[in-house]
Design a protein around this ligand. Structure first.
Ligand code: F6P
Length: 326
């Protein structure tokens, strides 16, 4: 295996809180171990446009607490084509980058897997997404912060929901995954979570109405995962207006507020540990793997597993919500 001298770092896809903490950890661990480091701007796009700069320890000072990503991010269409990846590879050669650390979600790691197999490049992925939808890791960088943002926003909505005795549908992100909705509902004492994973099995709205909303009060909060399968918060509110007009219903779509903000301690620690692990993985000769965490132990998950397998939700949590919202 060719010796690695220079490691390139990029962040790709939707940003996530603590991506900066991960960039910091990868950069510092790499320098500590004698590697040269180069920052690649705007995800894979930077490999095509050549927006690349050398990174020193000072470049990552004072960023552990910042949301967003100092390397910027993008969803790069060109990189999905063989021609685009050829340009990216040529840029790596020109810049003397021997290995890559890619911080991103499903789409970004899919790009990494294809690129690594086409050009035999050592690539290590870090799971950076608020969605928590990568298989082989208990949690992802940014998920905990997003969950806390959802909790704070929902607590505020609870005040007005209860004053007006209304039913609120609060839509959260997750791109077809119910982790944010499910755990957000538990954290806020919501009456229900409507998630895509069981959308084809049961009519979650009908079930909710049949069971009756919380008996002890007249307001209700339901967290809805954004997805065509759930109908989204708007779709559900429309259904309630038509099918159950006795309810005074309102909708809040939390949107991109969930992607920003200073990362929680958990996310900073996770990103720092994973960033260091990415460099250890390269030192050990690992390639085409994502760093994950299972039972607080760092693990290496082959890209093929992390991306192709659907991460299952914990169905017991649905029952927990039901029991605790009587
Ligand atoms: O994957 C992260 C995510 O925030 C998803 O939850 C969401 O569906 C998507 O990105 C939104 O993407 P964009 O910011 O490009 O609209």
């Amino acid at each position: 295996m060719a010796e690695i001298k220079c490691v390139g770092i990029l962040t790709s896809g939707g940003d996530a809180p603590a991506m900066n903490a991960a960039i910091r950890a990868v950069t510092r661990a790499a320098i500590y171990n004698g590697f040269e480091v180069k920052g690649i701007m705007r995800g894979y796009r930077g490999l095509i446009t050549g927006e690349i700069f050398p990174m020193k320890t000072q470049n990552v000072s004072n960023i552990i607490q910042q949301g967003g990503t100092i390397l910027k991010t993008a969803r790069c269409k060109e990189f999905t084509t063989p021609e685009g990846r050829q340009i990216a590879y040529d840029t790596m050669q020109k810049e003397g980058i021997d290995a890559l650390v890619v911080i991103g979600g499903d789409g970004s790691l899919t790009g990494a897997r294809i690129f690594a197999s086409e050009y035999n490049i050592p690539i290590v992925g870090l799971p950076g997404t608020i969605d928590n939808d990568l298989y082989g890791t208990d949690t992802t960088i940014g998920y905990d912060t997003a969950l806390n943002t959802i909790m704070e926003a929902t607590d505020k909505i609870r005040d007005t929901a209860s004053s007006h005795e209304r039913l609120f549908f609060i839509e959260v992100m997750g791109r077809n995954a119910g982790f944010l909705a499910l755990n957000g509902a538990i954290a806020t004492g919501a009456e229900a979570a409507i998630i895509p994973e069981i959308a084809t099995e049961v009519d979650q709205l009908a079930e909710l109405i049949q069971n009756g909303f919380r008996k002890s009060k007249n307001s209700s909060i339901v967290l809805v995962a954004e997805s065509e399968l759930t109908g989204g918060a708007m779709g559900l509110a429309e259904r309630v207006k038509n099918e159950y007009p006795q309810y005074d219903v309102r909708v809040t779509i939390l949107g991109h507020i969930q992607r920003g903000g200073s990362p929680t301690a958990s996310d900073r620690i996770l990103a720092s540990r994973m960033g260091e692990a990415a460099i250890n993985a390269l030192l050990e000769g690992q390639r085409n793997i994502m760093v994950g965490i299972q039972n607080d132990e760092l693990v290496y998950v082959p890209f093929t597993k992390a991306i192709r397998n659907d991460k299952p939700i914990n169905r017991d949590l649905l029952n927990t919500i039901k029991i605790l919202s009587i």
